[in-house]
Design a protein around this ligand. Structure first.
Ligand SMILES: Nc1ncnc2c1ncn2[C@@H]1O[C@H](COP(=O)(O)OP(=O)(O)OP(=O)(O)O)[C@@H](O)[C@H]1O
Length: 615
């Protein structure tokens, strides 16, 4: 163990082992090493042990020490350095004199020191501030110090090849030209046999005496132990001495083996961590490549959509975004806004289908106090709130006829008139509208004004249904797993989030609720699944052909439910099936079922909460 040696006032030589992370030296009884002398301050200096080095530092400006005649306040100790503190000479030694195996007392001391050193190494390992290379250097320094070797090496292997990661000398410093100091023959022997080796007198050992590396290096004693973790050889620790034969003993080889195991575990953990980091950086990079803002997509249709968004984003042209429910129309509106010169202005969303008909006008254009019962204050509308920005009119197909006229006027004149007001006010907004209806058909059937349709539909961006996006389904599903796994405390392996049944289900399911529905399935599965990968069952995708069985049958054909519950289940299923037949079009579904569109909204909201699939 590294220690200080000095002569006490009684003339007896003393050894003080540097066991602490910080050793305090001075004349005070509170110091770890108490030295007496006229010029020694109560707290004179400290020696700090960090991975790979011992640094001595004055405790205050007025206390100094000398090394090789130089007055110093701080200094990194090397083996053999003599510190002059006051008039006391203290010699730093990185190593103990080699223990004699014949001497049971020194052999026992060696074991105890080895254990202490390993404990110190584990403490260093646990401290996050130590660099990994510093830790490995510390480990080799300890091995060198404990064995009496003159050099120590940590070598990492990869199949037949190997590379020196750490090479240290007795003075706890890196050695120059380490490749010239190792015997290739001995290393190969350990790689092949995977057994630790002691070579007591290499030049006279029949196995190695003809090896050029052994001859050139004039090797005497060498000891080498493989680093094996979970059956895999990842490297070896090699120590050598060129001047003493028969230096290493079996007890030291045993100790080297323990160090090699410890080093192997630390390196493997660090490698695994590094790999995980690289992997998640790789995944992130791959994800970034298929991401357009917040939108994941790599299929040809989506690439076309992204190109189109890029082309029109910089203009003030009105855009109509079409596509089934949950296909990402709102995300497209966000991208159009974020990529436009209006990005610093507001993006205001209005869901025309969710506002009661009698309130839509005031919601859009505002009202003045007293305009109608309940109008107790002047109120600006969404158009004014979106001034200098973008207004996103979602579900534009739900806009009542009489308001379509007003909206057309606003788009033409760029002026709004609040409800109850006689004056108009200018507004500067870009309009993006969206619908999951076929507006051209609505025009034909007289439910949507043709002039407004043309005004809104200067550029059309159509989003394909999820089932038409091929492998994008898996990409988006993986993205949701990464996005929600941590939030939901899920243990799903992000490298392999789905098993084969899940992938099959994801690709075959019709997804009438598109990406929103997929998102809900993933969230639910993350909460309920036990992992490590999500299965088709976890995702509720075992029924591959939607609409073939009722939920009552699916749950359990023999199960008898209370009538209200069975009716509710059947109704839910039926609405979902009609929605699927209508490609998610809520208004058409409401019409077909003879209910108010808001009933369908409420139904879909409930489905979203449950994360259950509309089948
Ligand atoms: N390509 C995509 N990548 C990642 N997430 C997406 C993608 N498309 C949609 N989403 C997510 O799916 C959900 C539904 O998207 P969005 O609200 O934009 O759809 P929508 O077409 O506007 O729906 P609706 O017609 O019901 O208003 C949102 O949570 C959105 O973030």
């Amino acid at each position: 163990m590294p220690h200080l040696q000095y002569t006490g006032p009684d003339g007896v030589t003393q050894r003080f082992q540097l066991r602490h992370r910080i050793t305090q030296i001075g004349s005070s009884r509170d110091c770890h090493l108490v030295l007496q002398g006229p010029d020694i301050a109560a707290s004179h200096c400290t020696i700090e042990h960090t991975a790979g080095s011992f640094k001595v530092e004055s405790s205050s400006r007025s206390t100094v020490f000398f090394v090789a005649g130089k007055k110093l306040r701080e200094h990194v100790l090397r083996h053999g350095d003599v510190l002059l503190l006051g008039n006391v000479e203290v010699t730093f030694s990185a190593v103990d004199p080699p223990a004699s195996a014949a001497d049971p007392e020194s052999a026992a001391r060696l074991q105890i020191d080895a254990m202490r050193n390993l404990q110190r190494f584990s403490e260093l390992l646990a401290r996050a501030e130590s660099s990994f290379d510093g830790l490995l250097s510390e480990l080799i320094d300890q091995v060198v110090a404990l064995t009496g070797a003159s050099k120590g090496f940590l070598v990492l292997t990869e199949g037949e090849r190997y590379a020196i990661r750490v090479a240290r000398g007795l003075d706890r410093q890196p050695v120059d030209d380490p490749e010239q100091l190792l015997s290739d023959k001995i290393i190969r022997e350990v790689i092949t046999s995977r057994e630790p080796q002691i070579i007591s007198d290499a030049l006279n050992d029949g196995r190695f005496q003809n090896s050029m590396s052994v001859i050139n290096l004039k090797l005497c004693s060498v000891m080498c132990a493989p680093m094996i973790v979970r059956g895999e050889l990842i490297g070896l620790i090699y120590v050598g001495n060129n001047s003493v034969v028969n230096l290493f003993k079996p007890s030291q080889l045993e100790m080297l083996r323990v160090y090699a195991t410890q080093a192997a575990l630390s390196i493997k953990n660090a490698q695994t961590l590094g790999e995980l980091r690289n992997e998640s950086a790789g995944l992130q990079k791959r994800l970034d490549q298929v991401k357009f803002g917040q939108i994941i997509g790599a299929c040809p249709q989506m690439i076309e959509v992204f190109k189109r968004v890029d082309k029109v984003a910089g203009t003030d042209i009105n855009v109509l975004v079409t596509g089934e429910t949950g296909t990402g129309k709102e995300l497209i509106a966000q991208e159009l806004h974020n990529r436009s010169p209006r990005a610093k202005g507001p993006l205001v969303t209005v869901n025309c289908g969710a506002i009661p008909e009698n309130l839509i006008e005031s919601e859009l254009f505002g009202h003045i106090k007293g305009a109608f019962t309940g109008a107790v204050n002047n109120q600006i509308g969404k158009f004014q709130a979106a001034d200098k920005g973008t207004i996103f009119l979602d579900e534009i197909g739900e806009m009542p006829m009489h308001l379509q006229v007003k909206l057309l006027r606003v788009l033409q004149d760029r002026q709004i008139q609040r409800v109850g007001d006689t004056r108009t006010q200018p507004i500067d907004v870009r309009v993006v509208a969206a619908t999951n209806r076929d507006l051209a058909k609505e025009v034909q059937s007289g439910r949507f004004r043709e002039d407004l349709y043309h005004r809104l539909n200067v550029i059309d961006i159509h989003l394909p249904a999820l089932r038409e996006r091929g492998n994008d389904i898996l990409l988006i599903a993986r993205y949701f797993v990464t996005r929600y796994a941590r939030e939901y405390g899920s243990k799903i392996d992000p490298k392999q989030p789905f098993d084969a049944s899940a992938e099959r289900g994801l690709l075959r399911f019709a997804w009438p609720g598109n990406i929103r529905q997929l998102e809900n399935h993933i969230k639910k599965a993350l909460v309920l699944a036990d992992g490590p990968s999500l299965t088709g069952r976890d995702l509720d995708l075992e029924i591959e052909v939607p609409g073939q069985a009722t939920p009552v049958e699916i749950a359990n054909p023999e199960q008898i439910l209370p009538l209200t519950e069975a009716r509710e289940l059947w109704q839910r299923d039926y609405i979902n099936r009609v929605l699927a037949l209508n490609s998610g079009n809520r208004t058409k579904t409401a019409r077909d079922l003879g209910v108010d569109p808001r009933t369908i909204f409420r139904h879909l909201e409930k489905e979203g909460d449950k994360g259950a699939p509309p089948r």
